[in-house]
Design a protein around this ligand. Structure first.
Ligand code: 7RM
Length: 635
């Protein structure tokens, strides 16, 4: 069994050993998995090219570790609980046996349709169990999955399909989102008109809406399943064979296809899942993320299943039929471990406690957050009203590129500190560096967050463009992986992410992290959420421009602005006071809930033309951009 650390002393001990002898440490973890052939060498690496290989020469299939190896011991245990968008529709569960069988069947469907090891398959599917099944089916036969959020525009989808030259798209007819029904197949049809590599589209009937049908390319999911049995031996993969590609938008230019490989990713996602959440046999674990985000890959599908957990998959949105949905589902499925994003917590907090109090929430043991810095107010609300002051909150810092959680408390094992991701996981060696790339030692310091030693689930390359991978992550600071985040290590040696380095605002020569200022603004009782950016200022060089969402109507705008400025001055310091404040109905966000400060920066700088703002079609709420632009005129 993969190590599960059970005390602070053990964490300290294991951490020390993992740094002193990383290869031995990871070899011991890797031993707990099923391999067809053991590795010859644990690690080969250099960060200049970069060239990183874990468990070199090892042979495995990740799905045997997620499925087959559990059958004897927990074949009848629930693997997946699926909760649909409609609260009145029945939930669906799959035992490990059933999941294994479904994965094998769909793997045979892929094979019947010409998919072989190494081929790329694009996913454009809602959060249905078939998504997880098909992801695993790809991994079963060694095909590479590339999951795209169902909701991205046709041209964003086409870009991603073309970049990886995918042979197949898996989609549904449509998608439910709250009260809305969104076309999916129609978007795929539009996209693949410009995608010459696509040979087949397999469509899952889900909403039942009308779709156009192309006899040449289109196949019906259910019909394809009638042609296969449930026997499918796993393709034997090399540890370093690619498991998947996942695109991240990046601040400029075309999206990067972050590439992960089989062996290291399996070991690290399982290890981090078991240790951060302290998953115990029989627990029900729910991560609310979409599988279109790395969080869904690592902590809905692979990590939990490899650990033999029961994982909840939710199709809907937090506010449908009302803002109590998450809590209703927690009670309904007796969720023990709940993992969500700060953006969701802030949105639900703003709706009021009347949506929380009807629910017991008495099965919860551990809470988690991911995706953005969590501000103090949201942290305490989550702690008090959801965790009833009885559940540790694991604030998990990581990235698509890191594959798994890097800095986070281990629930009930290591200390917590609101707004801090706290301490690195075993095997993770974070360092802070200054602009010259020199390591900043000691505590109570701030700098660029880098990682100075490889870890098993790290990015291997960006698809089709290794040079880009080198440039973005390994070139700025020689011999280190650069995260792009600014970070503080406090007097206790605890890490706090202060925002993306590109977003840092330099006011009169002082570096201000966005997270710290926003945390201050959010302390004001009427503020629901905020985003700050810099804008050019004659005297200070730059000044702070704050976009703020408030609850309810504002009677006296100027008085409220003054109050908020007072709050920032008191909480963060006078240097962080916003020069301009704009009250907005919403903030432009990615589909994983990250604020798009790039767009806000353009608007603050006086740009009024949406066509200068990059691809806004991948936003959760593209319509908000026009409204923010309109409001900016009056500021
Ligand atoms: C998992 C994920 C990565 C970026 C990362 C940070 C920010 C993520 C936290 C966080 C503060 C956290 N992958 N970020 N988690 N910032 N505290 N706990 O989000 O590739 O989509 O984004 O997200 O800036 O670099 S991601």
């Amino acid at each position: 069994m993969t190590l599960q650390i059970r005390s602070l002393e053990e964490y300290n001990e294991v951490y020390k050993q993992s740094v002193a002898q990383p290869e031995q440490f990871w070899a011991e973890q890797a031993e707990t998995f099923q391999w067809h052939q053991k590795w010859d060498k644990v690690l080969e690496w250099e960060f200049d090219t970069p060239d990183v290989k874990w468990f070199v020469g090892g042979k495995l299939n990740i799905t045997e570790n997620c499925l087959d190896r559990h059958l004897a011991e927990r074949g009848d245990q629930t693997a997946i609980i699926w909760e649909p968008n409609d609260p009145n529709a029945p939930a669906k569960t799959y035992t490990y046996k059933e999941l294994h069988s479904e994965v094998c069947r769909f793997a045979n469907v892929l094979k019947n349709n010409g998919i072989k090891k190494g081929d790329r398959v694009c996913f454009y599917l809602p959060m249905v169990p078939e998504m997880a099944i098909a992801v695993l089916a790809c991994a079963r036969i060694g095909a590479i999955h590339s999951v795209v959020f169902a909701g991205f525009s046709a041209s964003s989808l086409a870009d991603r399909i073309n970049d990886a030259a995918c042979k197949m798209v898996l989609c549904s007819d449509g998608n439910f989102r709250g009260k809305k029904q969104i076309p999916v197949k129609a978007v795929v049809d539009e996209a693949i008109a410009t995608c010459p590599s696509i040979e087949t589209v397999i469509m899952l009937k889900h909403t039942g809406q009308e779709v156009a049908w192309n006899e040449k390319t289109d196949k019906n999911w259910a019909e394809e399943l009638t042609k296969v049995d449930n026997v499918c031996p796993a393709e034997i993969m090399d540890s370093e064979d690619t498991l998947f590609i996942l695109y991240t938008s990046g601040s400029t230019g075309k999206p990067k296809g972050v590439q992960h490989s089989c062996g290291g990713y399996m070991v690290y996602t399982t290890f981090s899942f078991k240790n951060v959440f302290q998953y115990q046999d029989g627990d029900v674990y729910w991560c609310t993320a979409d599988v279109g985000w790395i969080t869904g890959h690592s902590y809905i599908v692979y990590g939990p299943l490899a650990a033999g957990a029961t994982t909840v998959m939710f199709e809907g949105v937090p506010t449908f039929p009302d803002a109590g949905r998450f809590w209703e589902v927690c009670d309904k499925h007796k969720v023990n471990i709940f993992y969500t994003a700060p953006t969701a917590i802030r949105a639900l907090m703003a709706k009021g406690l009347e949506y929380v109090t009807p629910y017991k929430l008495d099965t919860l043991k551990v809470l988690g957050t991911v995706g953005e810095p969590i501000n103090e107010e949201a942290w305490h609300w989550y702690d008090e009203h959801i965790g009833k002051k009885n559940c540790p909150i694991v604030d998990t810092w990581w990235q698509t590129e890191t594959g798994g959680i890097m800095i986070s408390p281990l629930a009930n094992i290591t200390p917590l500190k609101p707004t801090f991701a706290t301490l690195p996981l075993p095997g993770i060696q974070p360092v802070l560096v200054n602009a010259e790339g020199e390591e900043i030692e000691g505590n109570d310091v701030e700098g660029y967050l880098c990682i100075k030693f490889p870890w098993p689930s790290m990015i291997r390359t960006t698809w089709g463009d290794h040079e880009r991978c080198r440039n973005v992550y390994f070139n700025r600071f020689k011999g280190k992986y650069f995260t792009g985040d600014g970070c503080r290590r406090d007097e206790d040696g605890m890490y706090r992410i202060i925002g993306r380095v590109d977003d840092v605002i330099i006011v009169s020569g002082h570096n201000l992290g966005t997270a710290e200022i926003e945390n201050g603004i959010n302390q004001h009782a009427r503020v629901v959420e905020s985003a700050v950016v810099g804008f050019p200022h004659k005297i200070k060089g730059n000044a702070v421009y704050a976009y703020i969402i408030c609850d309810g109507d504002i009677d006296d705008v100027d008085a409220l602005k003054k109050e908020i400025i007072g709050t920032v001055s008191k909480e963060v310091g006078p240097i962080a006071k916003p020069d301009k404040i704009q009250f907005v109905p919403g903030l432009p966000k990615t589909r994983s809930g990250k604020i798009m400060r790039r767009i806000l920066r353009k608007i603050a700088g006086g740009d009024r033309d949406t066509s200068n703002m990059g691809d806004i079609s991948t936003l959760l709420n593209p319509e908000i951009v026009a409204s923010v632009i309109e409001g900016a005129e009056a500021v």
